[in-house]
Write a protein that binds this ligand. Structure first.
Ligand code: SF4
Length: 98
């Protein structure tokens, strides 16, 4: 468990998941560092996600090296909100799962 886990109010895993807006994400990484449950990973943007970017989003992606943040362990999310708070691009939202 990383720093921050004990400072936040969390819910049971599986009730919420983070969603990254790839038109905003610049893969700067504060979400990776902030998440107490190792939900995120930075890697090359997937072709399908790149194809859905706006014109400006594609330019931004190229400028930032074609990398993006993925919630590879979204099932571990406990909705503490740290990733939302620390993302400098306001690129992350939490969605309630059914
Ligand atoms: S809200 Fe964000 S920081 Fe908190 S557990 Fe979920 S993914 Fe990690």
């Amino acid at each position: 468990m990383k720093r921050g886990a004990m400072e936040t109010k969390c819910v049971e895993a599986g009730k919420f998941a983070p969603v990254v807006d790839y038109n905003r994400c610049e893969a700067k990484g504060p979400c990776v560092a902030a998440c107490p449950y190792d939900v995120f990973e930075i890697r090359r943007i997937e072709a399908a996600d790149y194809a859905k970017l706006s014109f400006l989003g594609k330019i931004k992606s190229k400028v930032h090296g074609g990398i993006a943040t993925y919630a590879v362990n979204a099932e571990r999310c406990r909705a503490c909100g740290l990733c939302v708070r620390y993302c400098p691009e306001s690129a992350i939202k939490l969605i309630a799962l059914a």
